[in-house]
Design a protein around this ligand. Structure first.
Ligand SMILES: Nc1ncnc2c1ncn2[C@@H]1O[C@H](COP(=O)(O)OP(=O)(O)OP(=O)(O)O)[C@@H](O)[C@H]1O
Ligand SMILES: [Mg+2]
Length: 235
């Protein structure tokens, strides 16, 4: 397994946001993580990438315990992520946004720039390279974050609501990008309320409700699972 999460629990005061969660993620897969608002999806990603230290449980990446490590150490170990609310540098140009996280890389600036431009082209944003972060639309910010994370070349990618506000045409291109990178050996956890995208892209889906895994399985099984429908419709 590439990533193994066991007995993971994260609390905020009296609230159990992630409740005894188990996950096993194989290399070169796309796992959908779905569930109603407040079910613990973002908190689970925050535990995996080191933003939160869980109260209980273990997280192993490539057979190494990573919980307790700092976010930048986990990023260096090969886990990249995007945020539900994009965190881009608003006063920097798009190309600077892409270069910023890799400035200490051994690669020369020119090849980093080339890589950044190539990725921008892939998401149809090459003309925006000299625009400021501020000038991007919501959907463009989502795409920029995704492209920025690829600059690190992570093996595992955690995506938190990547498609929200992204135009349908760009969205299907984004789907293809994710599938292409999976073919190239990358592994994804995809958090999204866009269930059609999740059902289309994922080979396995995990459903959270009130911090607990209430169902897991193939898209065709999850789609019609009564527990899942009930969780979404409200109790
Ligand atoms: N930093 C925090 N401090 C206190 N409570 C928090 C914090 N972050 C999340 N929570 C709570 O933990 C629970 C899980 O929140 P989380 O953001 O993980 O849900 P989510 O599944 O990502 O929801 P959404 O689909 O709305 O993004 C919620 O009840 C939320 O209010
Ligand atoms: Mg969330």
């Amino acid at each position: 397994m590439l990533l193994e999460v066991e007995n993971l629990t994260k609390k905020f005061g009296g609230l159990i946001a992630v409740d005894d969660v188990f996950l096993e993620i194989r290399k070169e897969t796309i796992t959908g993580l779905i569930g109603p608002n407040g079910s613990g999806k973002t908190t689970l990603l925050n535990c995996i990438n080191g933003f939160y230290v869980p109260e209980n449980g273990t997280i192993r990446y490539k057979d190494k315990l990573i919980q307790g490590m700092k976010p930048h150490q986990i990023a260096n170990a090969g886990i990249g992520r995007t945020f539900q609310v994009p965190r881009i540098f608003k006063r920097m140009t798009i190309i600077e946004n892409l270069m910023a996280p890799v400035l200490d890389s051994e690669l020369p600036d020119s090849s980093l720039r080339e890589k950044a431009l190539e990725y921008l082209e892939r998401v149809n944003m090459a003309e925006l390279k000299d625009s400021l972060g501020d000038e991007l639309s919501g959907g463009q910010q989502k795409l920029l974050e995704y492209v920025r994370l690829l600059m690190f070349d992570p093996d595992m990618v955690l995506l938190d609501e990547p498609f929200s506000g992204v135009h349908p045409v760009l969205k299907s291109m984004f789907h293809n990008e994710i599938l292409r990178l999976r073919e190239m050996g990358k592994t994804f956890i995809l958090v999204s309320h866009d269930l059609v995208s999740v059902y289309t892209l994922s080979e396995e889906i995990i459903v959270l409700d009130l911090g607990k895994v209430i169902a897991r399985g193939k898209p065709e099984d999850i789609k019609y699972d009564d527990r899942v429908i009930e969780a979404y419709l409200g109790r």
